[in-house]
Design a protein around this ligand. Structure first.
Ligand code: ADP
Length: 459
């Protein structure tokens, strides 16, 4: 086993702090990097050491500069890098640069990142191991070709950026006449967001649950799942609320989904933490693979709450070569993974629900947090006097609520959201309260279109 003594997190805000916490518990010294625009951000102060990266005026690009990250790491004798989510987390170049410099990359090997980063490639892997995928295409060369394929497949279809994420580069196309315009705008968005114009087609499911399975694999070929999350509550294809386990999932479908995820993981010799995403057609209960996220996800907390497994700590130990069965990780077998009760996570953001979810900025004049039994908070710079700046995503604090039954977790979440007092910036808390007290949510029957189809959530 090669030990990590000093870990740099190539990320910011809540996920950087989340990783520092587990590293600290393992006795690993922590290093933060921060852009000039983040010089007052909390993650900087939560690490043992912190170094500025990039130049003023480059709030995002600073976190994407692989050469500079590696240079800082070498200069300060860093021997492990955790990429968090977003930024460089799925970029095989960072993984390769780490290997070249003798630094442990906390994530899957670069070949898995390479393969899974292309959604059309990932679809092909799923097909090879007999996991159902939606009828679809590889990257489409031009609009006319795409239109032919879409017409053959039958509308509605969804256009997706092959290298996309975060719901961007995606367009639902309901009928033939809308295809060309949607294709061109998806291509444009994909090019500007991901640097690749590759767009492909998939059959669109009108009534779907988004269910995803958490995987953990070690470097010795052992791989298991930590059950599933239901992330159907979405706005513009982006997750808003996540639940573990999925409240109404048929036990037989659950088993099949978890088995399918492990099969896909084994097919690419997956190691470290990753998530296999599926859509379940609510009308038929049939499930379909959509993609693999080869990194820690925002919503990993709910799985941690119900399984008691610290996924980030496991990531750090796996990266050092530890077996899943080692008592420090504590996962000798699939049967040993137990799921207790329910957990719900809400993403509290500084978006204004009264103004079409426009991000709000400024100084947080007053911040009083919620607390109490069964509540977990993962925050970045969320405190009185902190400044929310316009350069980064608007996530303020992730709130997880645990309960014996789904309804207990939902009631606890409502109580907790009511307890927050945040002044100076607008937040989406009023919207989240409407959402998690809605009868459809409490019945566990939200589909991915629930928010869009429920205008009474906005009052
Ligand atoms: P991203 O990588 O941008 O998150 P995904 O492929 O994971 O994109 O899809 C995000 C969301 O978009 C899904 O959770 C679902 O709500 C919707 N979606 C994706 N593919 C389909 C589809 N074929 N039919 C219906 N909805 C879809």
């Amino acid at each position: 086993m090669k030990k990590i003594n000093k870990l740099l997190v190539a990320n910011r805000s809540e996920i950087a702090i989340r990783v520092f916490r587990s590293a600290h518990e393992l006795g690993i010294r922590t290093v933060a990097i921060y852009a000039h625009e983040d010089r007052y951000a909390l993650h900087r102060f939560k690490a043992d050491e912190a170094y500025q990266i990039g130049k003023p005026g480059e709030p995002i690009r600073s976190y994407l500069n692989i050469a500079e990250i590696i240079a800082i790491a070498k200069q300060h004798e860093v021997d492990g890098i955790h990429p968090g989510y977003g930024f460089l987390s799925e970029n095989p170049e960072l993984a390769r640069a780490c290997h070249k410099s003798g630094i442990i990359f906390v994530g899957p090997h670069d070949e898995a990142l390479e393969k899974l980063g292309d959604k059309t490639f990932a679809r092909n892997i799923a097909q090879q191991v007999n996991v159902p995928v939606l009828s679809g295409s590889d990257a489409i060369p031009n609009a006319q070709d795409g239109l032919k394929k879409a017409t053959k497949m039958g509308f509605p279809i969804i256009l997706k950026a092959a290298h996309g994420g975060g719901g961007r580069g995606m367009r639902v196309v309901l009928k033939e006449s809308e295809f060309v315009g949607a294709f061109e705008s998806a291509q444009r968005e994909s090019m500007s967001a991901f640097g690749s114009p590759d767009v492909f087609i998939e059959k669109y499911i009108t009534s779907a649950s988004h269910i995803e399975v958490q995987l953990l694999g070690d470097k010795h070929g052992n791989l298991l799942h930590l059950y599933e999350r239901d992330c159907s509550v979405q706005r513009r294809h982006q997750k808003v609320v996540e639940i573990a386990p999925a409240p109404l999932l048929d036990p037989k479908v659950r088993q099949e989904l978890c088995d399918a995820a492990v099969k896909i993981g084994k097919a690419v010799r997956y190691e470290n933490a990753g998530t296999v995403e599926f859509l379940v057609d609510r009308d038929t209960n049939q499930f379909y693979f959509i993609e693999v996220n080869p990194r820690i996800q925002v919503e990993h907390t709910v799985t941690e709450e119900v399984t008691g497994i610290d996924i980030v700590k496991s990531q750090l130990l796996i990266a050092q070569g530890m077996l899943l069965s080692d008592p420090e990780i504590g996962l000798p077998s699939q049967e040993g993974v137990k799921c207790n009760g329910f957990a719900i996570q809400c993403r509290v953001t500084t978006e204004d629900p009264g103004n079409n979810f426009m991000p709000d900025y400024g100084r947080i004049a007053h911040y009083r947090s919620a607390a109490g039994m069964g509540i977990r908070l993962d925050a970045g710079s969320a405190f009185s006097g902190a400044t929310v700046n316009p350069f980064y995503d608007s996530l303020l604090v992730k709130v997880s609520a645990r309960g014996r039954r789904f309804v207990d977790a939902a009631r606890r979440m409502e109580r907790c959201l009511q307890e927050f007092r945040i002044r100076g910036v607008k937040t989406n808390i009023p919207f989240l309260i409407q959402l998690i007290t809605h009868p459809t949510f409490l019945a566990g029957t939200c589909t991915t279109r629930f928010i869009d189809q429920t205008p009474d959530l906005f009052h």
